[in-house]
Design a protein around this ligand. Structure first.
Ligand code: SF4
Ligand code: SF4
Length: 56
């Protein structure tokens, strides 16, 4: 199970540098988490001002 970013994302970019495995990147319309890379550490969750990141 990987973490996912909902459509509440405003593309602020705050979560990207927090990820230890660089699983977060800017997608077409919002930031996205690569499920192949995410190790479920949960570090990105509290950085999001929109509470857009949650466990899938
Ligand atoms: Fe990266 Fe951890 Fe967030 Fe997964 S849960 S995207 S590994 S910071
Ligand atoms: Fe989107 Fe939240 Fe990441 Fe900002 S911190 S880019 S709002 S998911």
């Amino acid at each position: 199970m990987a973490y996912v970013i909902s459509d509440a994302c405003i593309s602020c970019g705050a979560c990207e540098p927090v990820c230890p495995v660089s699983a977060i990147s800017e997608g077409e319309t919002q930031y996205v988490i690569d499920p192949e890379l995410c190790i479920d550490c949960g570090s990105c969750v509290d950085t999001c001002p929109q509470e857009a990141i949650s466990e899938a």
